[in-house]
Write a protein that binds this ligand. Structure first.
Ligand code: HEM
Ligand code: HEM
Length: 180
């Protein structure tokens, strides 16, 4: 059962840790994806792509653990906004979760469609080899979801900064690690 804690002034430690770990991973994944093609063809590029795939899998595990924690012992605080803003904030949070899960699912399918090698240790047998259109479409989809996540997370971060610097409330602080 979720534990609603109106009196608590901040999220619990694991929730805060999950939030910032996921946010950093998304950023690292996006940056890494931009430079994979800078690596020479062959093992260097396979290794760079394999790091992206490994961190992507780790992101999937983190999301799962975050979901279990939130549904069981994680602290759920009262909404930071009221009315339409509250609905908007909730919609953005849930959309981010859905897009992150989609990102991992499409990423896994992309590995399968491309028939990628994993650090040269083994190669995933390609789904429908030679189907260039499918490969192109899945790559586009993966890239598009990444762009939408970045835009939405950027707006979400901006909203939390507005809370902090313009409205001077506790919303950002309750998601920051405690200094004591
Ligand atoms: C939030 C997490 C992720 C972000 C932000 C991200 C971002 C990206 C971006 C922007 C690209 C370039 C797409 C394009 O060329 O249009 C890419 C490529 C790719 N991604 Fe991800 N990705 C994530 C997670 C994953 C996961 C979970 C997997 C698989 C388990 C994965 C596997 C791949 C592969 C195989 C490529 C192709 C790399 C290449 O072109 O050599 N990604 N990713
Ligand atoms: C890719 C980056 C990010 C993602 C995917 C993300 C995702 C989320 C999600 C899903 C929640 C809802 C938590 C829950 O109730 O389960 C949340 C809450 C929050 N996020 Fe982020 N976030 C990101 C980056 C940021 C950044 C950069 C900031 C600040 C500058 C930030 C500040 C906050 C705050 C303050 C909350 C708590 C809001 C409240 O209590 O209502 N987030 N984030």
């Amino acid at each position: 059962m979720q534990q609603v804690s109106p009196m608590a002034t901040r999220y619990d430690g694991p929730t805060i840790w999950f939030h910032w770990a996921v946010a950093c991973l998304v950023l690292v994944q996006w940056l890494l994806a931009q430079v994979i093609d800078w690596f020479p063809l062959g093992m260097p590029r396979i290794e760079a792509r394999s790091v992206h795939i490994s961190l992507g899998l780790f992101l999937g595990v983190l999301l799962l653990a975050r979901g279990v924690w939130r549904a069981t012992r994680g602290r759920v605080l009262l909404p930071a906004d009221r009315g339409a803003l509250q609905i908007l904030a909730k919609a953005v949070h849930y959309t981010l979760y859905v897009l992150l899960i989609a990102m991992v699912a499409v990423g896994l399918f992309l590995v399968w469609v491309r028939g990628d090698s994993f650090f040269g240790l083994f190669t995933v047998p390609a789904f429908d080899p030679g189907n260039k259109a499918l490969r192109h479409n899945i790559e586009e989809l993966h890239g598009t979801i990444a762009t939408i996540i970045l835009i939405l997370a950027g707006l979400h971060a901006a909203a939390s900064l507005i809370h902090h610097y313009l409205w001077h409330d506790n919303v950002l602080r309750r998601m920051l690690p405690s200094s004591n």
